[in-house]
Design a protein around this ligand. Structure first.
Ligand code: SAM
Ligand code: SF4
Ligand code: FES
Length: 341
């Protein structure tokens, strides 16, 4: 099935069997194949994105996330436009050519405010790509962001199974609306990213099969996956975290299935294992997203417990990651790192 996946989609039942019965040997076989495909398209180059976590306010109540509105212990902050631009200036000097603005769904950042910020960034750094990750908005907002110059949008679908979606999110959030947003983003010409947490409560080989089928259908330019990690102040505080092995296996399957997709080795993967991101690259990932947020706010953007890159020592995530990539024979590049045309 791993060989078959390289040339054609699997049937639903085949995905389910593969995900239920895989052995360590299968995982390593997939990893080998995925790494070869990654190297064929991207060589030993790893794309790097500067992540700016610009607001910790959120109107949603996702059961898994530390920023959910019902968490009174969450520390809320917003960066000013000036602070965001400072992050970009610092990032540009360090060699970043993509900035990712990520945050909770914060009504303060109206269409007008976001458009202003996007214009400022794209005006100051026309050679950089700008990615947004600010959740579900109306079509007119997305269109205005695109018009203002935003290039990419990350919106993980979280799970492609509607019943599982309901386990993870209270109403009024729905899978149907999430998918609608993703389709709109693609239509508007964003390089679009979907994705999901590995090992989220209620996830099964069946729901993962739906995820892989959904990715096949959507044909996104980016896929973000990382392990679910519990946060102590959420309803999922006592749920087990996603495993390293399953995350690595899924990274490999996605690389084999989606060949040229931009696939990050995430901070969450680096949080559950000290070498998680290096192992993610070796399993088929080709992007890393060091934190560019001001160190003073990093601990407040607390999605899950024990998040790395939040202490004083993490001011220079880029050079830290550079060394980590070099330790496995890869190198970070100063490049926008677009999806191949
Ligand atoms: N608010 C936007 C949204 O939800 O799309 C963007 C920010 S949100 C914090 C980014 C991603 O963090 C989510 O898509 C989710 O997959 C991930 N996340 C949230 N809580 C997590 C947890 N406990 N463990 C791992 N990942 C988590
Ligand atoms: Fe808000 Fe995103 Fe966290 Fe959900 S995952 S509570 S939308 S920040
Ligand atoms: Fe952030 Fe190492 S990548 S401290």
């Amino acid at each position: 099935w791993i060989d078959k996946l390289e040339v054609q989609p699997l049937e639903r039942a085949e995905y389910i069997r593969l995900l239920s019965d895989y052995t360590e040997e299968d995982r390593l076989y997939a990893q080998e194949k995925a790494r070869k495909i990654g190297d064929r398209y991207f060589g030993k180059q790893i794309f790097v994105r500067g992540l700016i976590e610009f607001t910790s306010y959120c109107k949603n109540d996702c059961y898994y996330c530390g920023l959910r509105r019902s968490n009174p212990k969450a520390e809320r902050y917003r960066l000013t436009e000036e602070e965001i631009l400072d992050c970009c200036r610092e990032g540009y000097a360090l060699g970043f050519r993509t900035f990712v603005l990520q945050g909770g769904e914060d009504a303060y950042f109206t269409r007008e405010r976001m458009v202003h910020i996007i214009r400022q960034i794209k005006g100051a750094y026309p050679d950089c790509a700008l990615t947004l990750s600010i959740g579900e908005r109306c079509r007119a907002d997305y269109a205005a962001f695109r018009q203002a110059g935003a290039d990419r949008y990350l919106l993980r679908h979280e799970t492609a199974d509607p019943a599982h979606y309901r386990v993870l999110h209270p109403e009024p959030l729905s899978l149907e609306h999430r998918i609608k947003c993703l389709e709109t983003l693609k239509e508007l010409g964003f390089q679009t990213g979907c994705g999901f947490m590995v090992g989220s409560p209620g996830q099964t080989p069946e729901t993962l099969a739906e995820d892989l089928l959904f990715i096949r259908r959507l044909q996104p330019q980016m896929v973000g996956i990382g392990p679910f990690i519990p946060h102590g102040d959420t309803p999922f505080h006592n749920k087990p975290q996603g495993t390293l092995e399953l995350t690595l296996f899924l990274l490999s399957l996605i690389r084999i299935q989606q060949k040229q997709v931009l696939l990050p080795a995430t901070t969450a993967l680096g949080t559950i294992d000290p070498r998680g991101r290096e192992l993610g690259i070796l399993a088929g990932a080709n992007v890393v997203m060091p934190n560019l947020s001001p160190v003073a706010v990093r601990k407040k953007y607390s999605l899950y417990d024990n998040k790395i890159c939040t202490g004083e020592e993490s001011a220079q995530c880029r050079s830290c990651l550079q060394k980590r990539m070099e330790s496995i024979g890869y190198t970070l590049v100063t490049d926008r790192g677009d999806y191949p045309a």
